[in-house]
Design a protein. Structure first.
Length: 231
């Protein structure tokens, strides 16, 4: 892995991913909205920044050209297919053979085998509906974006984050294939470690065509079921 593009570099997850990618010695290209470029000032001179909407196909085409890794924050913002537009542009224009790693939440299911707590169900149904009514967030479009990823024959991984918290890194999160698996019960991951998992996935071929649901490696459920950890 030599050069990676981070689509959505200026958000909380994005900024952590930039740092992890630089730590690994990768050349980094970041894409973010024009108004957010200044959020990347701390990296001035160390990364290239391409301003633009992440669902602008020409912006994505230019940004991910000749990248062997692409990290994508799938943001379900607004009601104009932002997440699915972003995913489609990346899937269409990534170099053949490039590793592509997308971020989403636990609410995304690949095979319908995930088992959700009432809390997640309520959150997705009610908060999702209210946010769409307010034209702020469109979770259905994030679902559509992920459906397109799952159907793609590119070398994708879709990382499904649990609830997130700030704090020092605890190390690489553990993962499982289905929400509801005992190892995931604690439902909390440090955001810096979500980013770590995304960046590490670029170099982990065992995660190609997987949709790992992750949880912090020091959480009670991860420690109690360490024998069930995959990988
Ligand atoms: N937050 C959680 O608890 C949680 C839990 C599980 C999974 N996730 C996943 O983690 C990822 C990002 O989470 P995060 O906590 O890092 O969120 P974040 O900091 O809010 O970043 C979200 C991204 O959305 C962009 N964005 C915000 N408002 C926008 C708008 N109106 N139009 C277009 N883009 C907009 C941001 O770009 P700007 O910098 O330009 O604003 C940023 O790239 C997502 O894939 C999400 O599904 C989050």
């Amino acid at each position: 892995m030599k050069k990676v593009c981070i689509v959505g570099a200026s958000g909380k997850l994005g900024i952590y991913m930039v740092q992890h990618a630089l730590d690994r010695g990768y050349a980094v290209v970041g894409v973010c909205r024009e108004r957010s470029v200044e959020k990347l000032d701390a990296f001035k001179g160390r990364i290239a920044v391409i301003p633009g909407a992440t669902n602008d196909r020409e912006v994505i085409k230019r940004a991910i050209a000749r990248c062997d890794g692409v990290l994508v924050v799938l943001a379900p913002m607004g009601v104009h297919h932002y997440a699915s537009g972003t995913a489609q542009a990346v899937l269409d224009y990534a170099d053949p053979g490039a590793r592509i790693v997308f971020s989403s939440g636990w609410h995304i299911t690949r095979d319908g085998q995930d088992v959700y707590s009432w809390k997640i169900k309520v959150l997705v149904k009610i908060v999702g509906r209210l946010a769409r009514l307010a034209r702020m967030v469109d979770l259905d479009d994030q679902v559509e974006a992920c459906r397109r990823v799952f159907a793609s024959d590119t070398r994708w991984t879709l990382v499904r984050g649990s609830d997130l918290e700030e704090g020092e890194s605890q190390g690489l999160p553990v993962w499982s294939r289905h929400v509801g698996d005992p190892i995931l019960k604690s439902n909390i991951t440090r955001r810096v470690d979500f980013a770590l998992f995304m960046v590490a996935a670029l170099a982990n071929d065992a995660l190609v065509h997987e949709a790992p649901a992750i949880v912090g490696c020091k959480t009670p459920s991860a420690l109690a079921h360490a024998d069930l950890a995959i990988g």
